[in-house]
Design a protein around this ligand. Structure first.
Ligand SMILES: CC(C)(COP(=O)(O)OP(=O)(O)OC[C@H]1O[C@@H](n2cnc3c(N)ncnc32)[C@H](O)[C@@H]1OP(=O)(O)O)[C@@H](O)C(=O)NCCC(=O)NCCS
Length: 187
């Protein structure tokens, strides 16, 4: 039940700042546990920086970071640039109030505005289907390690962006960034 005690009032949605890092790590550790770093998706994040323009935090009126979403660059089959969405976490006392949805829609809209056309994630389909993430769109792509198949989902920010896309997802390589950023705008 949602009562006034849980209403934080106005939150500010900001681009993640360097000083948010510690609080985000602590919140993700609390939400996903210390073993999260062993998950396959973390392999794709090792030594790769998140996309700064697509990492957001919600700050409450006392200046506390209460929600975070991050997005990472990846490449499918060394051909198709994509975004790896996550982690997404909301402070436990504020869950179920719509902030997760707000962050998701904001992040997805910004991703599209910045020229991206497809997003991959590993998460509960019962939550992510509402944003358009689908299992069938990820049937022809693979992650470099074990994943619970039903939770491996994709989304087209541009209609048809997953058509013909197949193969192994790899880490974003910084040296490719310059050449692929041009391609990303076209794809
Ligand atoms: C999952 C999470 C991000 C959702 O954010 P939130 O602000 O609590 O959720 P919202 O208020 O936007 O949405 C609430 C709705 O989503 C549903 N929901 C929340 N988590 C869900 C889940 N894992 N599976 C299915 N439905 C879920 C709620 O039941 C609720 O449904 P309703 O709108 O029909 O009442 C948040 O609960 C959280 O941080 N959880 C811990 C970390 C986590 O699991 N992150 C997702 C990784 S896969």
């Amino acid at each position: 039940m949602v009562g006034p005690a849980r209403d934080p009032g106005r939150l500010r949605l900001l681009r993640e700042r360097v000083r948010d890092d510690g609080a985000i790590e602590a919140m993700n550790e609390a939400a996903f546990g210390p073993d999260r770093q062993h998950k396959t998706v973390y392999r794709l994040r090792e030594d790769v920086k998140p996309i700064r323009e697509l990492c957001f935090v919600a700050i409450d009126q006392k200046g506390r970071m209460v929600a975070s979403i991050r997005n990472w660059p990846i490449e499918i089959n060394e051909k198709w640039p994509a975004i790896l969405l996550g982690p997404l976490a909301i402070a436990p006392e504020l869950r179920g109030l719509g902030y997760g949805k707000a962050l998701m829609w904001h992040s997805m809209a910004q991703s599209r505005m910045q020229g991206h056309s497809r997003i991959i994630l590993v998460g509960d389909p019962e939550y992510y289907n509402q944003f358009g993430f689908r299992r069938d769109l990820a049937l022809h792509i693979q992650l470099p390690g074990w994943v619970e198949e039903r939770r491996f989902l994709a989304l087209e920010l541009v209609a048809g962006a997953m058509i013909g896309v197949h193969g192994m997802i790899g880490k974003w390589s910084p040296k490719k960034r310059a050449s692929t950023s041009t391609r990303r705008r076209r794809n």
